[in-house]
Design a protein around this ligand. Structure first.
Ligand code: SF4
Ligand code: SF4
Length: 277
């Protein structure tokens, strides 16, 4: 079985950093010091599916707020690998997320494809499966993983955990009126680019926001290393509860912009989980 360790997203240290970043991203500070974050080109996250076996409030992929059975096509993973090889992109880390990534119907094949890519083109690559570790199906997949795959297990269950209030949009918060949302947040550096079923984004969370708002900004090709994607960040970060500082909560928190966006999503797509829409 692959290596596993318990992971916690909310720590005092991280909250202190978020608080500092709130001030660091104020426009007068940015004008003096420049933007604090750049998208890491060493890391990428693949959001394999929006299926999930849990219903965490404030899920930052909207798996609870707008359930979906949308999966990343295997062809998109193959294209990502081909493009990475053709352009000489040497990823240090690829993380597989969702939703719950092990629920992707072709999870085992995708692991095989990434292991082949690692063996043939990128031997230093670290492949990490980020999982909630909940339920026999998920655990069976984790037990079957090759030893070279790392597991980041949040060990979630039915009991609600503390989450940052993802659905509280900075544009709905008067205290953010001086913020430069094109700065992004530390997730750009900690997690890297995002590839989702809708395409490439500055981070996986931006792709999850686009799934609900329907801007259609997913890129078909890997963004070039010099492309800082600031226009995308300015659109997505003003909607994202990870921007700046918020107290973590176990309760559902949603600002008006998100309430309206989910209303439009459900009017467009209905309430039944369905394949990509
Ligand atoms: S386990 Fe993760 S993806 Fe699933 S609902 Fe909870 S936060 Fe969302
Ligand atoms: S969309 Fe959210 S998670 Fe992504 S960079 Fe912006 S604030 Fe951070």
């Amino acid at each position: 079985m692959a290596s596993a360790r318990i992971h916690r997203n909310i720590t005092v240290q991280r909250l202190a950093k978020d608080c500092y970043h709130f001030f660091r991203c104020q426009r007068p500070v940015v004008r003096r010091l420049g933007r604090p974050f750049r998208i890491s080109r060493r890391y990428i996250e693949l959001d394999l599916t929006y299926r999930c076996n849990l219903q965490c409030r404030n899920c930052n992929r909207s798996c609870t707020q707008a359930p979906s059975r949308c999966d990343m096509p295997v062809a998109a993973i193959a294209a990502f690998i081909r493009e990475s090889v053709a352009t000489g992109r040497s990823w240090e880390r690829i993380r597989l997320l969702g939703g719950e990534p092990t629920l992707h119907p072709d999870f085992t094949s995708i692991i095989g494809m990434l292991m082949d890519y690692r063996a043939s083109a990128n031997p230093g690559l670290r492949i990490v499966v980020c999982t909630n570790g909940c339920g026999p199906h998920v655990r069976r997949h984790l037990e079957d993983l090759p030893a070279a795959i790392h597991v980041k297990n949040t060990w979630k269950g039915r009991r609600q955990r503390l989450f940052r209030p993802f659905n509280v949009a900075p544009i709905d918060r008067p205290s953010y009126r001086w913020a430069d949302t094109s700065c992004g947040c530390r997730i750009l550096e900690d997690c890297g680019l995002g590839l989702t079923p809708q395409g490439y984004y500055p981070c996986g969370i931006a792709g999850a926001i686009d799934r609900i708002f329907g801007f259609g900004r997913g890129r078909e090709r890997l963004p070039l290393p010099g492309d800082d994607m600031r226009e995308d960040l300015d659109i997505f970060c003003r909607l994202c509860g990870h921007f700046g500082f918020s107290w973590p909560t176990r309760r559902i928190r949603m600002s008006p912009t998100w309430t309206q966006a989910y209303g439009r999503y459900h009017a467009r797509c209905g309430h039944d989980p369905a394949p990509c829409r």
